[in-house]
Design a protein around this ligand. Structure first.
Ligand SMILES: [Zn+2]
Ligand SMILES: [Zn+2]
Length: 121
């Protein structure tokens, strides 16, 4: 996978920062996979767009099979999710060391949204 356009990742010792960027949603949409883990449970798995650690998230709702880019909605090209789509807020939950992370927190602080669909990507 090409991470050459993520200079923060190469810097090392990435400090904890609660931050989101439009490109996090785009990067995550192309890198994350959705897998059925049980009735009405979907597991999302992929690398954090900020620190690169592979994380997993459970979504308990309908079973989603695809991950689409949320970018069109962020950029206003589309107003809202369509039927069969679901917006899932996500945050990095990695166990890596990130300086300045508050006690009891996980992840690097990055958060973003994924657009899930009931159809394969
Ligand atoms: Zn992260
Ligand atoms: Zn991390």
């Amino acid at each position: 996978m090409d991470t050459g356009d993520n200079p923060e990742q190469a810097a090392g010792g990435l400090p904890y920062q609660e931050v989101t960027r439009p490109e996090y949603a785009t990067i995550a949409a192309s890198a994350f996979t959705a897998e059925q883990a049980g009735p009405d449970v979907t597991v999302l798995r992929g690398p954090c767009p900020r620190c690169g650690a592979v994380i997993e998230a459970l979504v308990v709702a309908d079973v989603f099979q695809g991950v689409r880019s949320f970018g069109d909605i962020i950029r206003g090209r589309r107003a809202a999710p369509q039927p069969g789509e679901h917006v899932e807020p996500m945050a990095c939950t990695c166990a890596d060391e990130h300086p300045t992370r508050p006690e009891g927190r996980v992840g690097c602080g990055a958060y973003w949204k994924l657009l899930l669909t009931t159809e394969p990507a």
